[in-house]
Design a protein around this ligand. Structure first.
Ligand SMILES: Nc1ncnc2c1ncn2[C@@H]1O[C@H](COP(=O)(O)OP(=O)(O)OP(=O)(O)O)[C@@H](O)[C@H]1O
Ligand SMILES: [Mg+2]
Length: 169
């Protein structure tokens, strides 16, 4: 299953993340793909705000993993600087994904085999100075349900007008 939406500013991207926050459950996994500066961190920051995480929500680029503690723990990975797939064991990647919170993984497709069967892939493309397109691809039942709920919440929030849903060809 696929869907998509667009945003016209960094603030709108954060609001799109905010709309996702209330729908997340423990063990949900969202892989974020897109070039440097696409907006992956901004989307996660919106989710963190929606989960009522207090204080600054940084970027985990140099830390690999940041934990944002709100209504639900949000495990925010950035695998850009992780050199080897084996290093995932050292950061407790697999245990964390199966634990008590939801996970959002920047550069998650560097190691596609490491992702759980059920995950939502969000691919962000820069379509203008402040415009971004978000392509959603659900892998598995839970992520399909999450994607449908998210696009519904985006519509309800009056965000990102162009939400199109289509079945996989
Ligand atoms: N519609 C938009 N959505 C998100 N960010 C936007 C948008 N328009 C402009 N921006 C800008 O693009 C940049 C996105 O940065 P962000 O750190 O979120 O990217 P990233 O995908 O996490 O990059 P990296 O791979 O380096 O971690 C910010 O400077 C932000 O202000
Ligand atoms: Mg980032």
């Amino acid at each position: 299953m696929r869907a998509g939406f667009t945003t016209a500013s960094a603030d709108e991207t954060e609001r799109a993340g905010h709309a996702l926050a209330g729908l997340l459950r423990p063990t949900d996994v969202i892989a974020l793909s897109g070039d440097l500066g696409a907006g992956k961190t901004h989307l996660v920051q919106g989710v963190a705000r929606g989960l009522a995480v207090e204080g600054a929500v940084g970027s985990p680029t140099f830390n690999i993993l940041l934990v944002h503690r709100g209504r639900l723990p949000l495990y925010h990975f950035d695998l850009y600087r992780l050199e080897r797939e084996d290093d995932l064991e050292d950061i407790d990647f697999f245990e964390t994904l199966e634990g008590d919170g939801a996970s959002m993984i920047e550069w998650g497709y560097r190691f596609p085999r490491a992702l759980p069967d059920d995950h939502l892939l969000v691919t962000i493309r820069r379509t203008g100075e402040d415009r971004r397109s978000f392509a959603l691809q659900a892998h598995g039942e839970r992520s399909a349900a999450l994607m449908t709920a998210w696009t519904g919440a985006l519509r309800a929030a009056g965000l990102a007008g162009a939400v199109v849903e289509e079945a996989d060809a």
